[in-house]
Design a protein around this ligand. Structure first.
Ligand SMILES: [Zn+2]
Length: 223
């Protein structure tokens, strides 16, 4: 029997757990879009509690204690992130793997299909761990737009208005994020095409039309 799309989405939702609700929507989209291209994949992990992170960090560090408890265990080191230092702890990261057509067997080989799933995810604004230079984490996808765990720990988030106007001439990761929402080429440079798309977006949403991304337009993206 061939595994159904619904089944892979169902498992993915279960495995993502308590991620940000917008990340959960993206996660389902990735699995469904991959399936439509003949690629069977599923999300294997999403939100991770601090306690779970302590267990993972303790693996291979027998001395490790956290929150008054011993979390050290044998084995080899699997992570360098302590509780609060993983994007998973904030519900903004998910991991995936491929599965065979029956849906019974996980496939961890990073081939063309695997890279295609990563590419679908990148189109939705995710950063792929397979693109990291120092430590490659092929199953890992995170939606932070350059924010670090320290930013997230301080209560800031990638869905929140960044606090400055994004307009013609602006550059950088936040411009890229805006371009993904507007559906224009995401090159991180706010030029005339991005401005035009912003105007169209504002007209469609009946908000002030100026082609500048301020709090009002920003909040229309995510709320
Ligand atoms: Zn991960």
């Amino acid at each position: 029997m061939i595994v159904s799309k619904n089944e892979l989405v169902r498992r993915s939702v279960r495995n993502m757990g308590n991620v940000d609700h917008r990340i959960a929507v993206f996660g389902k989209k990735i699995i469904a879009a991959a399936y439509d291209e003949g690629i069977c994949a599923q999300i294997t992990e999403g939100h991770r509690s601090y306690r779970r992170q302590a267990e993972l960090y303790g693996q291979g560090r027998s001395w490790y204690r956290w929150d008054g408890r011993n979390y050290g265990s044998r084995g080899s080191i699997v992570t360098h992130a302590r509780p609060g230092q993983s994007i998973h702890n904030y519900g903004l990261a998910i991991d995936f793997c491929l599965v065979d057509k029956s849906g019974q067997q996980a496939i961890w080989r990073v081939d063309e299909s695997w890279r295609r799933v990563a590419s679908i995810s990148k189109d939705l604004g995710f950063t792929w761990g397979g693109n990291w230079r120092t430590f490659k984490d092929y199953p890992h996808l995170e939606w932070t737009h350059g924010m670090t765990w320290k930013d997230l720990a301080s209560g800031r988030g990638p869905f929140d208005y960044p606090g400055f106007l994004i307009r013609r001439g602006s550059r950088g990761r936040r411009v890229k994020q805006v371009q993904l929402e507007l559906g224009t080429a995401a090159d991180g440079i706010f030029g005339p095409l991005t401005e035009k798309a912003a105007v169209t977006f504002q007209q469609k949403n009946n908000i002030q039309v100026d082609g500048i991304i301020g709090p009002q337009t920003w909040n229309k993206f995510y709320n």
